[in-house]
Design a protein around this ligand. Structure first.
Ligand code: HEM
Length: 203
């Protein structure tokens, strides 16, 4: 989903290319590069906000309690949707806009508990740091080598149906990845853009 968001936001993708070119200079990313891949990290944070991989988490009360003024008996199953929580406009202005800059350190932090892609409290995901680290390494290494585009001649759409209703996915066109080194050669005149090797990622 992150690749699709980047393909549909060429300006942000171009900023990411600048970052990975400056930090990686064409080589695969390693652990030591992570502190410098700060836009990469913000893009992933924003991706997990806007398209939370976890639609629902659940809790069961062990004792009678009250939540938001509502009485809840013991042994009640409660459902929390990170997906819906992340799209609340009181926590995130213009919540459906993909804006990695909202995570810049000089921007006001969103209210505590308003962005919980890995859950919150106890229990929560034990793989959060591992997942984010792996995603930073993968996204930066991939985008250092590939340009991403949407293919407007194709359409893909998925709907998530369930307890939270119907959630249309943001996908509208198939994602195509093109090797950036071929594009640079093409720009230099040795190939036409038709010859670029391209890899459809979700035809
Ligand atoms: C983008 C990647 C991931 C996301 C969005 C994610 C999200 C979550 C969420 C929402 C929960 C439920 C938390 C709750 O109940 O409040 C969870 C639980 C868990 N996750 Fe992840 N996770 C990811 C990757 C991983 C990875 C890579 C691992 C292991 C290496 C992992 C291991 C676990 C485990 C073991 C639990 C259960 C924890 C418990 O019940 O005590 N997750 N994850």
């Amino acid at each position: 989903m992150g690749l699709h968001l980047l393909a549909s936001h060429p300006k942000i993708l171009s900023q990411l290319h600048n970052e990975v070119d400056a930090v990686l200079d064409g080589r695969p990313a390693t652990w030591n590069d992570i502190p410098q891949l700060e836009l990469t990290r913000r893009i992933l944070t924003e991706t997990t906000r806007i398209h939370s991989p976890a639609l629902l988490t659940t809790r069961r009360t062990t004792a009678e309690t009250e939540l938001g003024g509502i009485h809840i008996p013991a042994q009640t199953d409660l459902f929390l949707s990170p997906y819906i929580l992340h799209l609340r406009s009181d926590a995130f202005p213009d919540p459906r806009t993909f804006d990695p800059d909202r995570w810049l350190p000089d921007r006001p932090a969103p209210p505590r508990g308003s962005c919980v892609p890995f859950g919150g409290g106890t229990p929560r995901c034990i793989g959060d740091d591992f997942a984010l680290t792996e995603a930073i390494l993968a996204l930066s290494t991939l985008t250092a080598r590939f340009e991403l585009r949407l293919d407007p001649s194709t359409t893909t759409s998925t709907l998530v149906r369930g307890a939270v209703g119907r959630i249309p996915s943001a996908c509208s066109s198939a994602l195509v990845a093109m090797r950036r080194d071929s594009m640079i050669r093409a720009k230099a005149g040795s190939q036409s853009s038709q010859d670029l090797s391209s890899v459809p990622l979700n035809a």
